[in-house]
Design a protein around this ligand. Structure first.
Ligand code: GDP
Length: 181
């Protein structure tokens, strides 16, 4: 466990994406290494702190969840002001959440500082095989990669349930954020 020091630099990272794609679960896994099958919608503004060692340097991340306010795009906008980086999630078993990525990128680019680094994250990979067998349209990895390229954003796939790739995704984004700062 790395304890934050007053001298460590703090960066503001905002989680974006449709409701139920797994933003709260992503944060819970990252910050507490836990997963809950049911998560209650948090009301109001909420952030968590996480210190990661990025290339040997302790770095404090202030991670903001949009806390169930995705429906109010005007509120969502206020989160992206002064964001140093964005984690933009979709659910690989929910086509609509993938199609809505465009809208999220527009909102982010509209209000954030110039060219804020974005990590596009396809979450819930643990559900994809089962969903495909059930005839549910899923988003292949290559589609996510291609979409990320059109926005010059980073890309990865995660499972908050299994804990796969969560830390890696945040580390990768943090590196980009530090480079960009
Ligand atoms: P949010 O609205 O974007 O914050 O989404 P939540 O974190 O509340 O997640 C919505 C639902 O999806 C909850 O029932 C979670 O338990 C579930 N969930 C989130 N991430 C995953 C995942 O990686 N795999 C699976 N199987 N379920 C997930």
């Amino acid at each position: 466990v790395v304890k934050p020091q007053a001298s460590d630099k703090t960066y503001k990272i905002v989680l974006a994406g449709d409701a139920a794609v797994g933003k709260s679960s992503f944060l819970l896994r990252l910050c507490k290494n836990e997963f809950k099958g049911t998560t209650s919608a948090t009301l109001g503004v909420d952030f968590q702190m996480k210190t990661l060692v990025v290339d040997g340097v302790p770095t404090v991340l202030q991670l903001w969840d949009t806390a169930g306010q995705e429906r109010f795009r005007s509120i969502a906008k206020s989160y992206f002001r002064r964001a140093d980086g964005v984690l933009l999630l979709y659910d690989v078993t929910c086509e609509k959440s993938f199609l809505n990525v465009r809208e999220w990128v527009d909102i982010i680019e509209d209000v954030s500082q110039d060219d804020v680094p974005i990590m596009l994250v396809g979450n819930k990979t643990d559900l994809r095989e089962q969903a495909l067998q059930e005839g549910i349209t899923c988003i292949p990895t290559s589609y996510g990669e291609k979409l990320a390229m059109t926005y010059s954003s980073l890309f990865c796939e995660t499972s908050a349930k299994e804990g796969s790739n969560i830390v890696e995704a945040v580390l990768h984004l943090a590196r980009e954020v530090i480079k960009h700062a």
